[in-house]
Design a binder for this molecule. Structure first.
Ligand SMILES: C[S@@+](CC[C@H](N)C(=O)[O-])C[C@H]1O[C@@H](n2cnc3c(N)ncnc32)[C@H](O)[C@@H]1O
Length: 200
């Protein structure tokens, strides 16, 4: 049961701003591609996968939106517009949330007011966490537990100080090869790697 945590540093937690920023420098449209790569497969979805999107452009707290394959309700379609609406509706539902409080939306998205750093700190206590980095160890040479957690960013790189803190906490860096890919492309490659290791 892999989990992907994507740090969307430029994405607004305000639903109206979020939708208005489609096609701008915030690149929130990439989040729709990430949902597709992480959770959707031909004629179905991946029940075992969890995807957490941490939107950080906020006036109060970051919002972590968690979509669990096993509890996924009707997304309203698989178009970019439909998937971005799922995010915007979840942000609307999570408006005014207190620090580290969670709510679950009618279609099963869990929204929590939590920072990326706190989320990672909690994960490393329970599971092996990997940070996607082209300078890390080649994924083909690394043992990946079936319940591994993978950390990615959007187009804005992870701050260096977070990088060092995560490595101190036991986070391991893994590479998918020499070419810098989109986060959604990274997720497809990892899912394929896990399919080959655990489903054959
Ligand atoms: C679009 S990239 C981020 C690019 C960002 N502007 C940068 O320079 O780091 C999105 C995510 O994919 C990861 N990524 C992209 N290509 C990768 C590769 N070949 N191996 C490992 N991680 C990769 C990055 O580390 C990042 O977390």
């Amino acid at each position: 049961m892999p989990e992907f945590i994507v740090r969307a540093r430029a994405a607004s937690t305000d639903p109206a701003h979020f939708l208005a920023s489609v096609g701008t420098g915030a690149h929130v449209e990439y989040l729709a591609q990430i949902i597709v790569s992480a959770l959707l497969i031909s004629k179905g979805h991946r029940e075992d996968t969890t995807l957490s999107l941490v939107l950080e452009d906020s006036l109060d707290f970051s919002r972590c939106l968690t979509l669990q394959g096993a509890q996924l309700g009707n997304l309203g379609g698989t178009t970019e517009a439909a998937l971005l609406k799922v995010i915007a509706d979840s942000l609307q539902f999570a408006k005014g949330l207190g620090k580290e409080v969670s709510v679950t939306t009618p279609i099963g998205v869990r929204a929590t007011a939590i920072s990326f750093e706190h989320l990672v700190k909690a994960k490393v206590l329970e599971r092996q966490v990997f940070l996607l980095d082209p300078k890390g160890d080649d994924i083909r040479t690394v043992d990946i537990p079936v319940d591994a957690v993978f950390l990615l960013t959007d187009h804005i790189p992870m701050p260096k100080k977070n990088f060092k803190a995560m490595v101190r906490q036991g986070v391991k860096k893994i590479s998918l090869g020499p070419v810098m890919l989109h986060a959604s492309q990274c997720i497809s490659i990892i899912q394929n790697e896990l399919d080959r290791r655990y489903m054959s």
